[in-house]
Design a protein around this ligand. Structure first.
Ligand SMILES: NC(=O)c1ccc[n+]([C@@H]2O[C@H](COP(=O)([O-])OP(=O)(O)OC[C@H]3O[C@@H](n4cnc5c(N)ncnc54)[C@H](O)[C@@H]3O)[C@@H](O)[C@H]2O)c1
Length: 385
């Protein structure tokens, strides 16, 4: 009787022990418990704590057929953005965050070995034109060399689909507008050159494999999540290199005394520079379509812009209306290296991927972004891993 009793007690103990082990494994690594499920695409989103990457992760996770692993070293992104995504998608196995530097090939290789990724969206990069002219080596290392690390890990672990974040800066200063995908790429700053080199490496490698590659060349990205969950929160120390929307919002919030517009004598309708502003929601739609349409052995290259150029003066007026603040504007002389006019011809992505920038409306996009800025005066707060 005693023997029987002790046998069933030990069985209960063993079962409890096994259950504990399973639960611990479940918590530590969703992959061990829920391996790739048929019909579910596990996407590695590099730079997913950043502005565009976090919006893309949100968009992917909204579809139940995606799982997301974010890899980010938080050098520029925000843990706050990741925490919001974790709160929205708490189910085990939906979202994983890995704090790692893509420059560390050993770690990257380990991440690929431990996860069965179906696709990579490679957003992670330092991404300020002005900064790239001051710290070129940092840009070549972070963009070109790290892309090589990612590509090598993809090759080693047989990951077959890559969506690459490129930029209109790879075109440089073309004389003919609008810019098509056939426009010669002649970048004029280290940022554009480093991205072009990454593109070249990816394209050359793709010729030797049946990898499915989509290269998206973004124009100027603005806006934020229409539901107010995510926003753009660059580090304060990057303000001096900042983009025009951040500069406008900083001026509207009184963080800076006003907005400095550099150059009023360009050969454009009102003398200020013309750019093609694209809402981040439209941009992430392009990524989802690119992922769905990526074909083995093919490289798709697409401009992602609206096809419409807007001048800095127009931008400032839209920003004044969006914020309701009569921002003080100082018109200064040109900044070296700025070009007059850049806008895309987006007909290729429209015809081949059925994508249009339906969401982008300069003032409305800025209104949405401003709403987030006002509700998050300190951005996402302190960013720590
Ligand atoms: N914002 C734009 O207007 C724009 C335009 C064209 C192209 N792009 C491209 O889009 C991508 C995303 O840009 P963003 O505006 O979201 O920038 P961002 O700075 O907000 O995000 C980049 C993210 O990458 C991470 N990161 C950087 N280096 C890393 C490394 N070595 N290891 C791991 N993580 C690293 C940063 O911490 C950050 O979270 C970039 O590749 C950029 O070149 C952006």
């Amino acid at each position: 009787m005693d023997i029987l009793k002790s046998n069933s007690t030990s069985r209960i103990l063993v079962a409890a022990l096994l259950l504990t082990v399973v639960l611990i494994l479940f918590k530590l690594s969703p992959d061990l418990i829920s391996p790739n499920v048929e019909g579910v695409t596990h996407v590695l989103v590099t730079g997913g704590a950043g502005y565009i990457g976090s919006h893309a992760a949100l968009r992917l996770l909204k579809d139940s057929y995606h799982r997301v692993t974010i890899v980010d070293n938080l050098s520029r992104g925000n843990m706050g953005a990741v925490k919001i995504l974790q709160k929205l998608f708490p189910e085990p196995g939906r979202l994983q965050f890995i704090y790692a530097d893509l420059g560390d090939a050993k770690t990257v290789n380990k991440i690929f070995a431990e996860n069965a990724f179906d696709a990579v969206m490679h957003f992670a990069a330092v991404a300020y034109v002005g900064e790239s002219t001051l710290e070129p080596l940092r840009y070549y290392h972070n963009i070109t060399s790290n892309s090589l690390v990612v590509l090598e890990a993809m090759a080693a672990h047989n990951v077959k689909t890559l969506i690459y974040s490129s930029t209109c800066a790879t075109y440089g200063e073309p004389t003919k507008m609008p810019i098509t995908e056939e426009t010669p790429q002649m970048p004029i700053n280290p940022y554009g050159k480093a991205k072009k080199m990454s593109e070249d490496i990816i394209i050359d490698f793709s010729k030797t494999t049946n990898m499915a590659v989509m290269i998206l060349r973004y124009f100027n990205v603005i806006g934020s999540d229409p539901d107010g969950r995510l926003g753009e929160a660059p580090r304060p120390e990057l303000r001096e290199h900042g983009r025009i929307s951040s500069a406008c919002f900083d001026a509207a919030r009184g963080i800076t005394p006003g907005l400095k517009v550099r150059g009023t004598d360009y050969k454009t309708a009102d003398g200020t520079c013309v750019r093609d502003y694209i809402d981040v929601t439209d941009l992430v739609d392009a990524h989802v379509l690119a992922l769905a349409n990526a074909k083995p052995g093919k490289v798709g290259i697409y401009n992602v812009g609206t096809g419409k150029g807007r001048s800095v003066k127009e931008f400032v007026e839209a920003c004044k209306k969006a914020t309701g603040v009569d921002i003080k504007v100082d018109y200064l002389s040109r900044r070296p290296g700025d070009y007059a006019e850049v806008f895309s011809d987006p007909s290729k992505i429209r015809d081949e991927l059925n994508w249009t920038a339906w969401r982008t409306d300069l003032q409305e996009s800025l209104e949405i972004a401003w709403k987030w800025q006002k509700a998050h005066l300190n951005g996402y707060g302190p960013s720590m891993a």
